[in-house]
Structures are given as C-alpha cells and as structure tokens.
Design a binder for this molecule. Structure first.
Ligand SMILES: Cc1cc2nc3c(=O)[nH]c(=O)nc-3n(C[C@H](O)[C@H](O)[C@H](O)COP(=O)(O)OP(=O)(O)OC[C@H]3O[C@@H](n4cnc5c(N)ncnc54)[C@H](O)[C@@H]3O)c2cc1C
Length: 351
C-alpha cells in the first residue's frame, strides 16, 4: 500500500491540511490518538480580526479572513453539514476615554473594513453592562471545532484513510525515496501534533512558548444576544441558553487541569459584564501551541526533506490554519514559497 501523505494529529491543523491535500487529489492518511490531549477539543473556535485591548489587527488579517470564511463554508457546502457561524463581536467600551480611543482607531483605513459603528446598543443593555455603548467587529465568528473535527474524521474514515492511535516517531523508517510506516510506503509525513511537538525528537528544537487556557460553559435563561460579546473575556452563545466564557492565559503550570483560580478569574469578569443570572455547568483547560515569536511553524525538516510540521498555531488556530495550509500545500505540490515569517527555516540555526 502507498500514500502520498501521512498527517499525524487531527486537531484543527491536521484536519485543515488533510482536507486541502485530499481536495488537491492526493492520497492522505490521517492519524490521531484520542487518548492524547487536544487544544482543539477545548478551544472556543472564535475568529476575530481585531484583538486585544488596543484592537490590533490580527497578523495578515486581510488575507486570512476572506480566505477562512470561504474555506469553512466550502466544506459545509460540499459535505452538507454546518459547523461555521459567522457573527459580529460586540465590544462594549469600558469608559468614555476608551470610546474616544476606539473611535479614533477605527477610522483608520486598515481597521475600517472590520468595524461596524451602527450598533443598536439598546439591544444589549438589558443583558450586558454597556453604559458607554460599544462597537461591533465584523468578519468574525466561531467554528464549532468538535463538530468540525468529527466531520473531517468521518470523511477520512469513509475513505478508509483514518488511523486511530498514536504514531510513534520510532515506527517511521526513513528511506531514500519514501518513509515506511506499518508496511505503507509514504511520500511525506507531516506532524500536526500541536503542543506535543515539543516532545517530538524531530522538531523539539523549535522554540515553543505554550500558553495554558481555561474556559467555562454556562447556562442562562432568556438570553437573545446572537453576537459574541468581548470585554476582557468573551461570551459566546453556542446554542439557545448555552454560553462559552473564556479564556485565561497562563505561561506556567502547563498541565491540562482546570483550577479554582481559573474559574474565579473568569467568573469575576463575566459577573462584571453579564447582567442576568447564569449557572456554570462546565470548565475545561488546554494548552495552546504558541511560539516564541508568535508565528506558526510551517515547513519541512532541514535534514529530512520528506518530513514536515504544520503547527505552532498558538491562540488563533482557526484563523491561521486555512490560509497557511493552502500555502503549505502549494509548496508541497507546486513548489511555491512558504510565508517566510511562518517558515521553520527561520530557526534552522537552532538545530
Ligand atoms: C482555552 C482555550 C481557548 C482557545 N480559544 C481559541 C479560539 O477561540 N480561537 C482559536 O482560533 N483558537 C483558540 N485556542 C487555540 C487553539 O486551541 C489552537 O490554536 C489549535 O487548537 C491548535 O490546533 P492543533 O491542531 O495545532 O493542535 P491540537 O488541537 O492540540 O491537535 C493536536 C492533535 O495531535 C494529536 N497527536 C499528537 N501527537 C500524536 C501522535 N504521536 N500520534 C497521533 N496523534 C497525535 C493529539 O491527539 C491532538 O488531537 C484556544 C485554546 C485554548 C486552550
């Protein structure tokens, strides 16, 4: 048996790359070990072109956002499923001063396409603390990541191209013209193993800077707001009466355990923002595969040109994966350049 690609890890990175290569006509084996933790199964899945307190444009937003909207909708249409929900993000101003700052920032030509000022603040005021009003960020939304991963997994299972279990680096036999894995001759192996890449002997020289995050699930009654609300924390309505609230950021205690501190932090923020009662029904923790320079890791191993990595997607995997996976596929199949800021060749001196 032969395959063009073996993709190891099926979070958002592996799912998106496997899909793109499959659609380009390649034979792709997709492998994932459900016993290992996955950031994608914890993440809120929000895509947001303007982030942080200062409404900073996401890196390469002008390319990433039109591409990702089209990408996820295309899969939905091809497979007759639904997992992507475009939505505005409502940002209530914290003060009159912040309102003036934001109004100045949002008149600049690069920010203007992402902002809507014609917001009906009244709509929010019974539910959200917004004494100074707010603005809405456009081209945003959320991907139901668990559903997306489930659908892509089902697609590859139906093609008999899915392997459930761990792929050990020791099981890969690197030969001159291919890689042998379980008697299968494979053209290229691409690791999409998320933060577990730090323990991958082939790529552990890359400078990760993992960030732990926690998120709550809450139930509310009679909450008609359809947008995502964001002020320090986000409130994401995922279904009628069910909200996701997050997230925390921590560079220490890098485990996958939830903590009382994480919950208290998120609750203090949500209490300041949400005017109606809520009940916490869930809490999850995960580790974001962030990198020292906050740019992804894309490319082939300098010494083993048939083994690559697609990872380091940090806090924004859902936004980054489609555009960068498309670029990676063009590199692999057409010999085009990988975005230099994301190409792992920038770290070759660390090897
Ligand atoms: C609390 C929290 C909130 C977040 N919110 C958002 C958000 O709103 N929007 C957003 O874009 N991002 C968000 N993120 C970040 C997001 O989770 C990541 O960017 C993204 O999930 C990374 O995807 P990945 O596929 O690279 O890694 P992962 O999702 O971790 O997937 C790696 C996969 O590889 C598998 N694997 C590893 N090693 C092997 C092996 N040897 N054999 C087989 N399988 C293997 C694992 O089982 C896992 O399924 C959030 C993260 C956290 C923790």
């Amino acid at each position: 048996m032969t395959a063009d690609f073996l993709i190891i890890g099926q979070g958002v990175a592996g799912s998106v790359l496997a899909w793109i290569l499959d659609q380009r006509g390649c034979s792709v084996l997709l492998a994932d070990d459900p016993a290992l933790p996955s950031a994608s199964s914890v993440a809120a899945g929000i895509v947001n072109p303007l982030t942080g307190r200062k409404l900073v444009q996401t890196w390469k937003a002008d390319e990433l956002f039109p591409f990702l909207h089209q990408f996820y909708v295309d899969i939905e249409q091809k497979l007759g499923v639904r997992f992507f929900y475009p939505k505005n993000i409502y940002r209530p101003f914290r003060s009159e001063a912040e309102k003036n700052d934001y109004l100045a920032i949002t008149t600049t030509p690069e920010i203007l396409p992402y902002v809507s000022h014609g917001v009906d603040n009244q709509l929010y005021s019974a539910y959200i603390n917004n004494p100074y009003g707010g603005l809405e960020v456009r081209q945003a939304g959320w991907l139901d990541l668990n559903e997306f991963v489930r659908i892509i997994k089902g697609y590859f299972i139906r093609k008999s191209q899915y392997f459930e279990g761990s792929v050990s680096y020791n099981d890969l036999i690197i030969r001159d013209k291919d890689i042998l894995w379980k008697d299968i001759s494979i053209g290229n192996v691409i690791f999409c193993d998320g933060v577990q890449g730090r323990e991958n002997p082939l790529f552990n020289w890359l400078p990760y800077n993992p960030v732990k995050g926690q998120i709550l699930t809450a139930v509310v009654e009679n909450y008609p707001i359809k947008t995502i609300v964001n002020q320090g924390v986000f409130i994401l309505p995922i279904r009628d009466g069910l909200l996701r609230v997050g997230a925390t950021y921590s560079w220490h205690d890098l485990d996958w355990q939830t903590t009382d501190d994480g919950r208290s932090f998120l609750e203090s923020k949500v209490q300041a923002l949400l005017k109606i009662p809520y009940q916490i029904v869930g809490q999850h923790a995960g580790i974001r595969p962030s990198t020292k320079d906050r740019r992804p890791f894309v490319g082939m191993h300098p010494n083993y040109p048939s083994i690559g990595i697609f990872g380091g997607l940090g806090t924004k995997g859902v936004s980054l994966a489609p555009y960068l996976a498309e670029q990676f596929a063009r590199y692999l199949l057409d010999g085009e350049e990988i975005e230099p800021e994301a190409n792992i060749s920038r770290y070759v001196s660390l090897l």
